[in-house]
Design a protein. Structure first.
Length: 266
């Protein structure tokens, strides 16, 4: 009986030894098995949170390079010459000394501010953007340019146009002088404004506001006046039924110059 009890005790020792030796087979531990008094619970397995936090090194981190700052020049740059969209005719000629753009601008402003119909249409007023745009498109504000088609000076006035203005109103414009050239051109624009308004709209307000035109090609007073300046009033009125401008590219160019012109730098 005593032998049987001792044999049973030996079996228990062997079984218990197998249970402790199971953790010693885990190569991840890397250490020899140690004796414990009780089996380990599953909660004692290592987790990512249990892994040691690396100690901070004493060397300071490499500073990030600071972005380079580009210095912005406060001096305004001169627009490139390509912005100037005016090109003189290949067959043009020049006579005399060209007047400075500053003097030309003053002459155009004076001409645009005049009232040319003091009795018949005192409410008819031009505006500087229209006059300056026409002058720039026609001559590039060059006072001494003569075109091969007969156009002369700032407003590129044709001889027959000058004769009509002078004879009709008892004037004597000498368009070889830049101030009178600007005034004669503005006077012609005023005449076209009244004429086109009476022929097409029957109005006496003579509103040349751009807001009255939906587009640069719509049939409105401002567009008709610009169109007639180049094509002539008869050519414009011939299209009254279709309401299509005979020279839409010209009108579009002048309308655009009214808003933004290379001449605005002067």
């Amino acid at each position: 009986m005593r032998v049987r009890l001792m044999a049973a005790a030996a079996v228990l020792v062997v079984v218990a030894g197998c249970g402790l030796g199971g953790r010693g087979d885990d190569k991840a531990e890397g250490s020899a098995p140690v004796a414990v008094t009780a089996p380990s619970s599953p909660s004692e397995e290592p987790t990512p949170e249990d892994s040691p936090t690396p100690e901070e090194t004493t060397s300071s981190p490499t500073p990030k390079p600071k972005p380079s700052k580009t210095k912005v020049s406060k001096t305004p740059t001169t627009p490139p010459e390509g912005v100037n969209n005016f090109e003189v005719s290949p067959c043009h000629t020049t006579e005399g000394t060209e007047v400075s753009k500053t003097k030309v601008k003053a002459a155009l402003k004076t001409a645009a501010g005049k009232i040319y119909w003091t009795h018949e249409a005192p409410t008819l007023k031009l505006n500087y953007p229209l006059v300056k745009a026409i002058a720039w498109h026609e001559s590039g504000w060059q006072s001494n340019v003569f075109n091969c088609d007969g156009g002369q000076g700032l407003m590129q006035l044709m001889p027959e146009t000058v004769d009509m203005i002078n004879n009709r109103f008892g004037l004597s414009y000498n368009v070889s002088k830049y101030q009178e050239n600007a005034t004669a051109g503005a006077n012609y624009l005023a005449w076209l404004t009244r004429y086109m308004s009476q022929k097409q709209f029957g109005e006496k307000t003579y509103d040349l506001s751009a807001s009255k035109c939906k587009t640069h090609s719509s049939w409105c007073l401002l567009n008709l006046v610009i169109s007639a300046y180049q094509a002539g009033p008869d050519a414009v009125l011939q299209n009254a039924k279709t309401k299509k401008l005979p020279n839409p590219a010209y009108v579009d160019s002048v309308r655009s110059l009214m808003s933004s012109c290379f001449c605005d730098r002067y």
